[in-house]
Design a protein around this ligand. Sequence first.
Ligand code: NAG
Ligand code: NAG
Ligand code: NAG
Ligand code: NAG
Ligand code: NAG
Ligand code: NAG
Length: 625
Amino acid sequence: MKKNKTILGLSVFFFLLSLAAVVTSDLAADRRALIALRDGVHGRPLLWNLTAPPCTWGGVECNAGRVTALRLPGVGLSGPLPIAIGNLTQLQTVSFRFNSLTGPIPPDFANLTLLRYIYLQGNAFSGEIPSFLFTLPNVIRINLAQNKFSGSIPDNVNSANRLATLYLEDNQLTGPIPEIKIPLQQFNVSSNQLNGSIPDPLSGMPKTAFEGNSLCGKPLAACSVTGNGTETTGKVKSDKLSAGAIAGIVIACVVGLVLLFLILFCLCRRTKKKENNAASRNIDAAPVPTSSAKETSAVANVPPPVVANSGAPPSSENGAPASKDLTFFVKSYGQFDLDGLLKASAEVLGKGTLGSSYKASFDHGLVVAVKRLRDVVVPEKEFREKMQVLGSVSHVNLVTLIAYYFSRDEKLVVFEYMSRGSLSALLHGNRGSGRSPLNWETRAGIALGAARAISYLHSRDATTSHGNIKSSNILLSESYEAKVSDYCLAPMISPASTPNRIDGYRAPEVTDARTIFQKADVYSFGVLILELLTGKSPTHQQLSEEGVDLPRWVSSILEQQSPSDVFDPELTRYQDDGNENMIRLLKIGISCTAQYPDSRPTMPEVTRLIEEVSRSAGSPGPLSD
Ligand SMILES: *[C@@H]1O[C@H](CO)[C@@H](O)[C@H](O)[C@H]1NC(C)=O
Ligand SMILES: *[C@@H]1O[C@H](CO)[C@@H](O)[C@H](O)[C@H]1NC(C)=O
Ligand SMILES: *[C@@H]1O[C@H](CO)[C@@H](O)[C@H](O)[C@H]1NC(C)=O
Ligand SMILES: *[C@@H]1O[C@H](CO)[C@@H](O)[C@H](O)[C@H]1NC(C)=O
Ligand SMILES: *[C@@H]1O[C@H](CO)[C@@H](O)[C@H](O)[C@H]1NC(C)=O
Ligand SMILES: *[C@@H]1O[C@H](CO)[C@@H](O)[C@H](O)[C@H]1NC(C)=O
């Protein structure tokens, strides 16, 4: 008996041992596949600790010792996916949503027979939708929305008999929708170039699932019986759209040329002005917004806007409705009207994502900054409501909003003017040519002021965010105090005006500049801190050779070298190592740029941390001169 038991025990032991060996060897294959993925994909590196087991790596989930889910949403991956994932044979869930991945879906996905959930939305995948997706026997959910897939929807959709969700909206798919017989619960093909009639089994889906195509039939308008009037509604709509787009492009080109000309003109004028200080200020060329507004309206062939009549007095002295002139928020600035503003001497300050900025100087000495918003997409009522809300915002570290103007062709926002210009100009402007270097105390003070302003915006309500944090929007007062500008304007601007401008401040999960959440603000603010400390300009790596992906660059330096190597030489000139507080602020910046929004601190937390840093800075350090 005893002997038998021992034998039984031993064989169980060996059985378990061999099972463990199988499991580990398969996990080893999974590990190799994950490393092949990590090494093959571009963009921000996947920071996996290779000495730890793969099941502990970020985004990797295991069950019974095998990788069953790989979730890497919004982590800044780019380029094509390498052949690797097909070896994760136990994979059930794969998510790469909201990265910048390109190219086709790799063919080795065909081997993932246990795959159930495929989330690839919000990338730039292209090519045809592979038909093997629908022969995966267990697939339940396929989301390929917001990519660049072209060609037609595969005919074999019906092979996926467990499929419940098929999201294909916002691609470039053409041809008809195949006859889909499987009972889908969720379906969306809106904003493609599909044509033909909608198959009957899908007629119960909401209209919005089909809009933006040339489709007809229930739930959209019926197809014409004769077949020659088929794509009625859809086609008309899309034709109109493309005509509008063409007109838009033409106008944009002309406005661009005019602006370029004006900038050159103003630059020339500025140099002239320097030479001859006594020259009159109010010469004919002054009202910059006016002349380009005239050009715009002439091209668009619409009646000239109110603004274009700047030569004449505003419609009437007292009876004019408020909307025909500037709407003021700050009474003490009300010593000018629209007419006066347009007659003031103007100087181009810069051209940003939201529009161009001008410095307007009045004869009586008042100077204001004017922003000409372009591509405002919200209707007048909503614009006025939003501006009214912004007008009630008041914080010592926010640039004061003085007034705004809205007409069909012109949207102006008037801010207080900041004589020291932007942080961007100070950090990246001409160094060594008389510019006084920004010392540590100044930089820490700027970080704190900006943090307080953004914290204040976030505290107003959970949906309020700045939406456009970057060093060119951090202006400086006479005493180098941070004044944050351009707050909360981004949601009113058309996404087309920032065409895929994945700039270095944008959080990886953000795909539409109009919807920026507070945690994305935190990311941008983190990049701003890194910029403040390193003196390097953040730019998306793919767009520019000069700039760096700051969070990535900083972490790669910290891995290999000492922290002092990341700091702006101007900051460390008087010290061999960056002082302890600089490292603390650097760490705050790094924590703000965490890949996942949930891992980032909130703005009030960030503000508190920076307050601690600047408090313990106490007496001016050795860096101030
Ligand atoms: C995938 O598995 C095959 C066969 O086991 C192997 O030859 C190949 O190297 C593996 N590829 C990766 C990327 O792990
Ligand atoms: C990587 O994992 C190993 C083993 O779990 C651990 O000892 C080490 O500290 C980790 N390294 C980092 C940088 O987290
Ligand atoms: C699928 O797996 C088989 C066997 O492991 C391999 O021979 C084949 O090349 C794989 N297919 C693809 C498309 O990777
Ligand atoms: C759909 O469009 C293609 C190409 O534009 C055309 O050849 C085809 O006839 C259209 N089909 C229907 C049903 O209108
Ligand atoms: C389909 O997608 C579009 C674009 O994202 C969206 O506006 C619409 O509400 C969606 N409709 C359905 C039924 O999912
Ligand atoms: C539709 O086609 C028929 C012949 O195919 C033609 O007689 C009729 O005029 C067409 N109708 C329209 C609206 O084009």
